[in-house]
Design a protein around this ligand. Structure first.
Ligand SMILES: Cc1cc2nc3c(=O)[nH]c(=O)nc-3n(C[C@H](O)[C@H](O)[C@H](O)COP(=O)(O)OP(=O)(O)OC[C@H]3O[C@@H](n4cnc5c(N)ncnc54)[C@H](O)[C@@H]3O)c2cc1C
Length: 285
């Protein structure tokens, strides 16, 4: 177990001061649901644990016509009970219902989920479909980076040691008629995703899809937006045949990224099945 010194800053400035002086010797602690496991495994070994869980600057969920802002310190329980997210980012709202258990959701934060950079992080595909920008702060100032740039690979965070994720800025898609998040795990509850995916679409009264965003997680080193899949369906009136074929294309595209592995025999079918299950509601008879 770690013998790190525990530090709880009063505000973001104090936290950034500490990181400016001690960044490489510090681990940021939010809900601790990933970090404490790392510390128990002896993986982390920092000199300081900087507890950001009470920083008001990292809290809050707000929406305007241009953007939805979610603080990095927002917990999965807060996402689950947010009417703002239910309305403006329904896939993110929905992912909280199958995320871990109520006890974990009460402390686990969206910032920690993203910064842990697990390929299976459930909040990442919903953030990707909203083209989320990550607001980062350090003593050097603030900057914004696309959500896809936070992970440079599985469990590899690209942030320098003096930076904190402050918020995520999501672009709300106008007039969405469909949105979903789905996940396949080894069990029905408390399961890390083997495959997870988020989608949102606008379907015109004549059945045509005029807008689609689709992101897949857990199958590639980092969650990916699948633009080829989106472009193949935009302008079409979905049929069961089109959705099965597009599901196969999605599986093919994923295997092209990862190469064939022992798990491919399962994942190929499961990716197609998940896609079909998600997008079948768009088929109009
Ligand atoms: C039993 C169990 C079940 C789980 N089930 C799921 C699941 O269904 N789906 C899923 O996606 N995950 C699951 N997890 C993983 C975990 O709960 C999440 O990844 C969680 O969201 C991490 O957030 P946290 O606040 O606990 O982060 P912490 O553990 O405190 O931190 C995680 C990492 O993020 C860094 N960090 C935290 N906040 C910031 C910040 N603001 N800026 C920069 N870096 C930061 C930390 O330094 C650390 O490296 C599960 C974990 C457990 C133990």
């Amino acid at each position: 177990m770690s013998h790190a010194q525990y530090i709880r800053p009063e505000n973001l400035d104090e936290a950034l001061d500490h990181l400016h002086r001690n960044g490489p010797r510090t681990r940021i602690l939010a809900g601790g649901t990933d970090l404490v496991v790392d510390l128990r495994n002896g993986d982390a070994g920092p000199d300081f644990l900087l507890d950001v869980s009470r920083l008001t600057e990292l809290k809050g969920i707000e929406a305007s016509t241009e953007q939805v802002s979610v603080g990095a310190g927002v917990t999965l329980s807060e996402i689950q009970s947010s009417d703002v997210l239910k309305q403006h980012a329904p896939a993110l709202h929905r992912c909280s219902f199958t995320f871990a258990s109520q006890q974990i959701r009460n402390v686990a934060t969206i910032g920690g989920n993203v910064a842990h950079c697990s390929p299976c992080g459930d909040t990442v595909p919903p953030l990707v479909i909203h083209e989320a920008r990550t607001v980062l702060a350090s003593k050097r100032g603030r900057r914004e980076v696309p959500i896809e740039h936070i992970a440079s690979g599985p469990y590899a965070c690209s942030l320098p040691a003096d930076e904190i994720i402050v918020r995520f800025i999501l672009t709300p898609a106008p007039a969405i008629t469909f949105s979903d998040f789905q996940k396949i795990g080894r069990r029905k509850s408390l399961a890390i995703a083997r495959i997870n995916a988020a989608a949102m679409a606008r379907q015109e009264p004549d059945g045509r899809i005029s807008f689609l965003r689709f992101a897949l997680g857990s199958c590639t080193p980092t969650p990916q937006r699948m633009e080829e899949i989106e472009n193949g369906m935009i302008g079409q009136r979905p049929t069961a045949k089109l959705i099965w074929e597009t599901g196969q294309l999605l599986a093919d595209r994923t295997i092209a990224i990862t190469g064939r592995r022992p798990s491919t025999i399962y994942k190929e079918t499961a990716i197609q099945g998940l896609f079909v299950r998600m997008l079948t509601p768009l088929v109009r008879i």
